[in-house]
Ligand binder design. Structure first.
Ligand SMILES: Cc1cc2nc3c(=O)[nH]c(=O)nc-3n(C[C@H](O)[C@H](O)[C@H](O)COP(=O)(O)OP(=O)(O)OC[C@H]3O[C@@H](n4cnc5c(N)ncnc54)[C@H](O)[C@@H]3O)c2cc1C
Length: 511
């Protein structure tokens, strides 16, 4: 097989959610990358994904929010969560996620700045990855190579050599790169080759995800619905006749998965029709997180770095991609050192652990509720149980309101005098929001300029910011988190810049 040598500042392995967004974030900061993707067409993830408002704010920076919304579910439809003894039975309980249009109205009426400037979006996984891949193809700084499989990595201290096979032409390429982003999913080759290992966080929750067509089931409810029964969770009404069933499978009873059609019929007990199976995915459901997200210049993001019992963690993957992308861009441009890169692992690993803990709690609460539904508990008992552990679905994802504006958290969102959202006026790199009017931010701006740290100066009238705004000088990071704030100029500007381009010890709550 012929071998050629290639070079790129950053190589991204995998064009799923994490890889596509890492490349788009790098491009947002002017950094070219090559993305190698093993598959030919877009990924088949027909599951319905909920991207929370906070993630949509991050995607809006990349001009993606409108495009994704257009590919998402009808903004006028709410999503109903129904608890029932079986899909053929009337629901014992119902909880409604308000429609995007309804939340937009509510958010507009909220004055505390904690509401996201973009409501959530519900979108099929295939629709999401399809749109992201299209953006990769259209971007002049991104070189997407499909049917290219990364097979080996030599993770040196100063450079990375990756071996990639082009299945279309039957060629081997050795790609020399400054940084490698391993976004190649749960069975990551990058992780294995870089010698990075996963730590298991709990017992596995094996399950089968069955995608099937059932016109009767898909049209049973007025709105798209998630139906939770004792033996299955079914998503229906979101994509024509297509339905998705998550079926828990006991670890010691793998024989039940041999015939998914029978299993589906048995679990759902559909009276009138035989569902047509489109795809079946078996998942081990082992919750795990990489012990380290990094080896020298090789980094992990998305499912290569962490997996939960159920794959409902698209927001964590988006946060990884944004967090890795802006830091790698800073390293390529030369204005940040190794401590900023180290901060990626500190922040994102903690975030993965926090998200998994939340997923574990909601899975436990759901199982308890399922057992009650199964045992035909009365409505009062179910309501009491729901109050104990309400559905853990926060469509905003902006974190606690009282933390808004505190370093490590998102600033409150508000509209400026001309009607623009503050968030739309933030720069791609750092932004200094300055309400001193006396130029008290100039020392920090000059110090940043001397070090090559790009900072956009955003002077505002004090009256423009909402009550309780955290400081007269507020420095915002590229991922829209407050990096530093004070009521006057810092005594030591370099110390502030060291801190904001270094590793933080706090838990970042809201990406
Ligand atoms: C079937 C399924 C159902 C899901 N359901 C939900 C849900 O209900 N809710 C939710 O929030 N999220 C859901 N997700 C999304 C998931 O939680 C993540 O957000 C996302 O899939 C993880 O993205 P990733 O990019 O890290 O990994 P992946 O999506 O696995 O992407 C990895 C990519 O890398 C490519 N690749 C692998 N190895 C190589 C190699 N050696 N060289 C080159 N390319 C390679 C693969 O082809 C793939 O395109 C689902 C995902 C899947 C797959």
């Amino acid at each position: 097989m012929p071998t050629t040598a290639m070079r790129t500042p950053v190589l991204v392995a995998g064009a799923g959610v994490a890889g596509s967004l890492t490349a788009l974030e790098l491009a947002h900061h002017g950094v070219p990358s090559m993305v190698v993707e093993r598959a030919d067409g877009p990924a088949r993830i027909p599951d319905l994904l909920l991207i929370r408002g906070r993630s949509m704010e991050l995607l809006r920076r990349l001009n993606l929010s409108g495009d994704l919304r257009a590919a998402g579910l009808d903004p006028d439809h709410p999503l109903d969560f129904l608890w029932s003894a079986g899909v053929e039975r009337p629901p014992a309980l119902q909880w409604r996620l308000p429609s995007v249009a309804e939340l937009r109205r509510r958010y507009a009426a909220t004055a505390d700045g904690n509401a996201p400037i973009e409501p959530y979006v519900l979108i099929s996984g295939s629709g999401l990855v399809g749109r992201l891949r299209r953006s990769l193809r259209e971007h002049p700084l991104i070189d997407l190579r499909t049917r290219w499989t990364l097979t080996d990595v030599d993770a040196g201290r100063h450079t990375v050599l990756a071996t990639v096979i082009d299945a279309g032409r039957d060629e081997r390429h050795v790609v020399e790169t400054g940084y490698l982003a391993g976004c190649d999913g749960a069975d990551s080759t990058v992780r294995r080759c870089a010698g990075l290992t996963l730590e298991e966080l709990g017992p596995p929750a094996p399950h089968l995800t069955v995608h099937f067509r059932s016109p009767g089931l898909a049209r049973r409810w007025a709105n798209p619905a998630v139906v939770v029964t004792g033996r299955a969770t079914v998503v229906a009404g979101h994509d024509g006749d297509l339905c998705v069933a998550h079926l828990p499978v006991p670890a010691d009873d793998q024989a039940t998965v041999v015939n998914p059609a029978d299993l589906l019929q048995d679990r759902l007990g559909l009276a009138d029709e035989q569902p047509r199976i489109e795809a079946v995915v078996q998942r081990a459901g082992v919750p795990s997180v990489a012990r380290s997200y990094r080896r020298h210049r090789v980094f992990l993001a998305g499912h290569a770095a962490h997996q939960a019992e159920m794959p409902d963690d698209v927001d964590v993957c988006i946060g990884d991609a944004v967090g890795l992308g802006w830091r790698l861009a800073a390293a390529v441009h030369g204005w940040a050192g190794d401590r900023l890169l180290a901060g990626y692992q500190t922040e994102r690993r903690r975030q993965a652990l926090a998200a998994r803990e939340q997923a574990r709690r909601s899975l436990t609460a759901r199982r308890r509720l399922q057992r009650l539904v199964e045992s035909e508990a009365d409505r009062q008992t179910l309501v009491a149980e729901l109050r104990n552990g309400p559905p853990q679905l926060d469509p905003a994802g902006t974190g606690p309101a009282e933390m808004a504006g505190v370093p490590g958290f998102r600033p409150p969102a508000f509209r400026l005098a001309g009607g623009d959202q503050l968030f739309d006026r933030l720069g791609p790199q750092f932004t200094l929001i300055d309400i001193t009017l006396g130029g008290e931010g100039s020392g920090l701006l000059k110090a940043a300029q001397a070090r090559g740290i790009p900072v956009r100066h955003l002077p505002l009238a004090a009256a423009a910011v909402p009550a309780g705004w955290s400081g007269r000088l507020v420095l915002i990071r590229p991922d829209q988190q407050v990096a530093w704030c004070a009521d006057g100029p810092p005594a030591d500007c370099d110390r502030v810049l060291d801190e904001v381009t270094g590793e933080r010890e706090q838990l970042y709550e809201n990406t």
